[in-house]
Write a protein that binds this ligand. Structure first.
Ligand SMILES: Cc1cc2nc3c(=O)[nH]c(=O)nc-3n(C[C@H](O)[C@H](O)[C@H](O)COP(=O)(O)OP(=O)(O)OC[C@H]3O[C@@H](n4cnc5c(N)ncnc54)[C@H](O)[C@@H]3O)c2cc1C
Length: 478
């Protein structure tokens, strides 16, 4: 039996890193907002299938200008004040690759507070299973939950499911690579009990074993050797931020069959109260040749990633200096998916737009993340050949049209499924907060005016003004 749940201005489907800010932004812009999430935990890749070792990165461009504010800035500031984040880490040698660490567990608690503060209604443990369509006009969604199935009506629906699931169900066009070319997926785990002095000493005395070129961003004008000199000056592991390499250990463990060979060895850092630091391994399983929109492949990935994690952890504990007494505090409850569908919208962001640091009249936010640099199964976590940055250490605009799903009315997409070509795939979480916020504000304005979000493409002034009031950075940077 299909019940009726309710009727809203804005329904956000998926409460991950784009859905959370989308719902808050829509509610702040005056919309009666419902956020529907498949599990009980809000946060998606931030703290359910994540967390990332760091959050957020790339809030600054290579010239040191802050280009991302809004939700990312607000949550970082609130957590910093509460002792659950670290100040922005932006040494020159990192170029654009700045870190703004927050404790993802506390982030996960804060966002529930923010839902209450802003009167966002939540519908948790609820799966969106279908879309209600009148021709090409989206009218709402069908949901499944412990008490059965119900319909939810909406003036505007925002697809924040990560995999573009709602857009797909609505019949949207999308792009996806053949599965042998998709980025691999990971079940991440976090460990405590690390002797960080020992790790730092090992890094410094084996500096050539570590990979710093992945953050060698040309704008900082430094060479790998310059960067190594800077790393040697580090007084704390937190000055380095991300540790990738342990090459001698990896090569030896491969020979003895103690490393699985699907990725490099490395980890990110996670701050905890009282200056405690945890290590977060988010590359130590890498399962490729799988399309995670196919349930058979998805199931295979969940199992295979855990098999790789078991091998990885045994190797880490046995061979990585400083990890002798470390222990796993958390294995993420589900796989973290890097890449599936990119939904086709009224504009497809291109690699040229990124590299040329292009500006658009319908700007809704910015990004300085490079094109390329995709994860692949193999010796190293990243393929670096095709990495290209926005020119002159700048950033590019994200156009609103890249969120307006082509051929359908009343449907916006935000997060990693927005409309881009493959090299410029916008999957980094700070980018997803930007597109989530913009979709939330645009949906609220469209709902209030009684127009479809597409009608705002040439009339975006009010949306942009509200975004700026909500802290977004739209103008005034390179
Ligand atoms: C292994 C890995 C490491 C990464 N590391 C970093 C990093 O270090 N830094 C960084 O910036 N980015 C990183 N990323 C990328 C980043 O975390 C994600 O791309 C980003 O968080 C995606 O945000 P999203 O909102 O699109 O999707 P998600 O955060 O995945 O949110 C989707 C939400 O929708 C819900 N959902 C899905 N389908 C339905 C449905 N039908 N009904 C209801 N709810 C549904 C899900 O439960 C989930 O909560 C990493 C990604 C991976 C895979």
């Amino acid at each position: 039996m299909l019940g009726y749940y309710g009727s809203y201005d804005v329904v956000v489907c998926g409460g991950g890193t784009s859905g959370v800010p989308a719902a808050i932004a829509a509610a702040r812009a005056g919309a009666k907002t419902l956020l529907i999430e498949r599990v009980g935990q809000l946060g998606g890749q931030m703290n359910f299938s994540g967390p990332p070792g760091f959050a957020y990165a790339f809030l600054f461009n290579g010239r040191g200008e802050q280009i991302i504010g809004g939700f990312a800035q607000e949550t970082h500031k609130r957590l910093l004040e509460a002792g659950h984040a670290l100040p922005h880490l932006r040494p020159k040698w990192r170029g654009q690759f700045t870190f703004s660490y927050v404790d993802p567990d506390w982030w996960g608690l804060l966002v529930y507070e923010m839902m209450k503060e802003n009167n966002v209604e939540l519908m948790l443990h609820t799966m969106v299973t279908d879309v209600i369509l009148d021709g090409n006009v989206v009218k709402g969604v069908v949901t499944a939950h412990p008490s059965g199935k119900s319909i939810v009506l909406a003036k505007v629906v925002i697809d924040c499911t990560g995999e573009g699931e709602v857009s797909y169900l609505a019949g949207a066009e999308y792009d996806i690579l053949p599965k042998d070319q998709l980025e691999p997926s990971t079940v991440a785990f976090t460990v405590d009990g690390v002797d960080w002095d020992k790790v730092l000493a090992y890094v410094k005395s084996n500096i050539d074993d570590f990979i710093f070129d992945q953050v060698l961003l040309p704008y900082n004008g430094m060479t790998v050797e310059d960067i190594k000199k800077e790393v040697l000056k580090a007084e704390s592991i937190l000055d380095i931020g991300e540790i990738m390499g342990f090459e001698k250990i990896r090569v030896k463990a491969l020979e003895t069959g103690e490393w699985h060979g699907n990725s490099g060895i490395g980890f990110f850092l996670m701050p905890k109260e009282g200056g405690r630091v945890l290590a977060h391994f988010q590359h130590s399983s890498h399962v490729g040749n799988a399309d995670c929109t196919d349930v058979r492949d998805l199931t295979y990935v969940e199992v295979e990633a855990r098999m790789q994690d078991i091998i990885a952890w045994k190797c880490i504990k046995k061979y990585l200096p400083g990890f002798e007494n470390a222990y796993i505090t958390r294995v993420c409850p589900e796989v973290r998916i890097r890449e599936t569908r990119r939904i086709i919208c009224d504009y497809v962001l291109t690699a040229d737009d990124v590299v040329e640091a292009r500006k658009f009249d319908d700007v809704i936010g910015k990004s300085s993340f490079p094109v390329g640099g995709k994860h692949a199964v193999g010796d190293r976590a990243l393929t670096l050949e095709a990495v290209r940055l926005p020119k002159d250490g700048g950033s590019h605009d994200i156009p609103y049209r890249a969120l307006v799903v082509k051929g359908l009315e009343n449907l916006l997409v935000a997060g990693k499924a927005i409309s881009t070509d493959r090299p410029s795939h916008h999957r980094f979480l700070q980018q997803t907060t930007v597109t989530g916020t913009a979709a939330g504000v645009a949906a609220a304005v469209a709902a209030r005016r009684g127009v479809t979000p597409r009608a705002l493409e040439n009339d975006l002034k009010e949306v942009q003004e509200i975004l700026i009031k909500q802290g977004a950075i739209l103008y005034g940077t390179h």
